[in-house]
Structure formats: C-alpha cells, structure tokens
Design a protein around this ligand. Structure first.
Ligand SMILES: *Cc1c(COP(=O)(O)O)cnc(C)c1O
Length: 418
C-alpha cells in the first residue's frame, strides 16, 4: 500500500502533483511519501502487538536522514552494517539501545565506535570476528553484547544476488556449527551472549521460507536455553518483499500470525530488520524524457536518470513499473527505457510496452525507495539526484541535488603536480 496515485490522469505523491515537484526540484528526483513510510512502520509494529519487539530498520535500503528521523520518531531502531551507518542512525536520533550491528567485515575502528555508542548487540558472522570483538572490548574494559548470525540453510526463493541464508553464502555461521560457536563465545571474557540472529535474503515473497527458517532457529534457541545460555533476543532479520510487478508478498501481520504461536512461551524480545518493505514502495524516481530514438523494431526512450541513479535493473535485472507522470490518450509502443550512461547495461526497462511518450515529458519509476538512492553513484561524473519528502500537501527537499563541485571536492592534488 502506498500513496502514489492518479487523479484525473495526473500522478500524485499524496496530495502533491508529481509534475509540480519535477518542475520545482528538477530531475532526476527521488520522491518519498511520509505517510507511506509511517504506515509501513506501523504495519510491523502493530502486527506484533504486545509481544516484546524492536523493529530495526535496515539502513542500507535508504539512508536519508529525514527518513531515519521520521522512523526514529515512530520508535524505530536500526540495523546497520558499517560505522557510517551507525553515524547516520545516531545523528537521526535513533537510540543506540535499538541498534543492531551486522556484516561480515567489521573493522576494529567500527567495533570500537559501536561499543562506545552502546549498541543493542553485534550480530556476529564468524569465530574470528568474535575473537576480535572480544579483544577490542577488552581494551575498552567493556563487555560486548553479541548474537550469532546463524545460517539456517533455507532457500528464500529469491534472486541469487540477494539470497544470503544458504550454505554456500559468505554470511552467518552454519547451523551445524552453531553450538560450537556459542561455546567459543562463552569462553571469551569480554563477550556477553544475548541472542540469536538469522537473515536469509531479500525480496522474499512467500511465507514458508520465513516460517521454516524460524522453526530451525527455534530448535537452536531451545537447545541454547537448555545449556543455560541467556538468549534474550531472537532476531529474525528482514527480507520481506514488495510488489514490483505482480508479486503478492505477505504483509507483516500474515507473518506475525504464523510466527507468534511458534515463538510464544519463550522469554525473548523479537528483533526484526526490515528494509525494503519499509521504504521500497514509499519512493519513486522521477525522470525526464530527453530523446526518442528509433531502433530496429523498438524505440529507445532516453531519459535523464541512469544506472548511477537506480542500479537495480542493471545489477539484478530488476523490474520497476514505469508510468507517465501525466497520462495521455496515446497508443502503446515497445521501448527500452535507457539512461545517458556510456554502458549497454544502463537501462531502466527493456522491451517494455509503454504509452507513447514525448521529449520533455516526465516518467515515474515506481517502487524505487529501497536500494535506489543508497546504491547510487557519481559514475560518468553525474551529480547525485535530489530527494524530496511529501507529507499531505507539503513537500520539502531532504537531499540537495549534487553539484559539479561535489564531484571533485574531496580530491587532493599532489605537490608535484601543482
Ligand atoms: C539487507 C539486510 C536486511 C534488510 O533486508 P530487506 O530485504 O531490505 O528487508 C536486514 N538484515 C540484514 C542482516 C541485511 O543484510
């Protein structure tokens, strides 16, 4: 559910015509809906009702400070994967006590920063990492709260690049080795074991992988509790999918309905790490048609947003619905919608049937709120897109368009070239 819709053939973001935003702020432009974001957060929060839970939004999906702040105000926590994300989360007012820290390659500096900040827990992915956290915590005379990320070997049935919970993946600790790793952790003096975590992949559109993974993890939780490990947090990760084309993913309440009876009776706080399902459908990318070019049997619609602005089609061959900002009565054409970047992989859509579009007209790339701006780059020396947040009839710039000066501002000229 989101708040982008047509009124008399004009696309609106909540109560604001998207065309007006494109004219005021320029393109390419990311537009987010405040009320969609709040709604998505509440869908999780309400689904788990009075069962103790913390929703830790996965920053990597979208790191804009205004979005983080609005989530923080709703009571949201954060799932971070780097020191930079920790910095952003704290800056936006997310309390450290609601921040969980994941990732296979945490550095000493990052571990130190997280300990000093007082994060809820480290989700640890290897024995080596456990020993390093123990060592760093020791130098700080602190105890590091830790959950082990366990790989339940469940196929999430999603794209291989965003599947993470199987044996061949670099993530987590195999469930077969879990007890041994908890034993290693228990011998480390500066480690406090507080939980179990799993995250099996992204854009999951079926309930079964979630349920099967949690069932496997619960067997481990019970075994650990029998062995007197103080497991207080059960972190079930993120990964719930959204509708890009015609997927019908479950809503958080559907999942909660199946998970809560399984978990009930265990004294744990449930932690969730949704990213895409919070921001994905809460954002669109607005782009202007620059040129039309007739190829053999199809047309190239050349727009001002490229793979540097939205990488998902190039990277994952991902589908995004693309729709005119102003709908007009025109016939359909078959088109590749491509950006200005000098790569054949620079496309937003291939072989797409769309309504005839003309130079200067705007298109909206839907479901672009997650892994859009956060994966964007300056490739081809293209300044970053601007971002706008709409709330009812109000709209506000939340990230300025990049400038040419930004492209070079961090470069340093060596003395011998001056
Ligand atoms: C990416 C990631 C998430 C969020 O995944 P979504 O599919 O965006 O919900 C959560 N937890 C971890 C550990 C991740 O790597």
């Amino acid at each position: 559910m989101h708040f982008f819709h047509y009124r008399q053939n004009e696309l609106y973001a909540e109560d604001v015509p998207v065309r007006l935003l494109a004219e005021k702020y320029g393109t390419p432009l990311y537009v987010y809906s405040y009320n969609t974001l709040v709604r998505h957060f509440k869908a999780y929060d309400e689904a788990y009702g009075t069962f103790p839970h913390v929703i830790c939004y996965a920053l990597k999906a979208n790191t804009n400070g205004a979005i983080l702040k609005l989530l923080a105000k709703q009571g949201c926590g954060a799932d971070i994967v780097s020191g930079g994300e920790l910095f952003r989360a704290l800056k936006a007012g997310i309390p450290a006590g609601k921040i969980v820290y994941a990732g296979v390659g945490k550095t000493e500096d990052e571990i130190r920063f997280a300990l000093k900040s007082g994060v809820l827990m480290f989700n640890v992915e290897s024995a080596d990492e456990l020993r390093e956290i123990d060592r760093v915590a020791g130098t700080m005379k602190m105890k590091a709260p830790v959950a082990l990320r366990i790989n339940p070997d469940i196929d999430p049935q999603t794209h291989p690049y965003i599947s993470t919970g199987m044996k061949e993946h670099k993530f987590g600790i195999s469930i077969d080795d879990a007890l041994e790793h908890y034993r290693i952790a228990s011998r480390l003096r500066n480690i406090e074991i507080v939980g179990v975590q799993k995250h099996i992949g992204s854009q999951i559109t079926k309930i079964t992988p979630f349920v099967d993974a949690v069932k496997r993890i619960l067997i481990l939780v019970d075994e650990l509790k029998r062995r007197k490990f103080n497991i207080r947090y059960l972190d079930i990760g993120g990964g719930l999918g959204i509708t890009y084309l015609n997927e019908k993913p479950p809503v958080p309440a559907d999942i909660a309905k199946q998970l809560l009876p399984l978990i009930n009776g265990r004294e744990v706080t449930l932690v969730m790490e949704p990213g895409r399902s919070i921001v994905g459908n809460a954002g669109i990318l607005v782009t202007k048609t620059l040129y039309l070019k007739k190829g053999e049997g199809k047309t190239f619609v050349i727009v001002d947003a490229g793979m540097n602005d939205l990488m998902r089609p190039s990277l994952y061959d991902a589908y995004h619905h693309i729709t005119p900002v102003a709908r007009r009565k025109r016939g359909q054409i078959r088109a590749d919608i491509v950006g200005p970047i000098c790569e054949s992989g620079d496309f937003l859509a291939k072989e797409r049937m769309i309504y005839g579009v003309r130079r200067g007209e705007y298109l909206a790339v839907m479901s672009a709120g997650a892994y859009g701006m956060s994966m964007s780059s300056n490739y081809n020396s293209r300044p970053k897109a601007a971002e706008v947040l709409v709330n009812g009839g109000k709209h506000s710039l939340i990230s300025k368009r990049g400038t040419y000066e930004d492209l070079v501002s961090h470069e340093v000229m060596p003395g011998f070239l001056r």
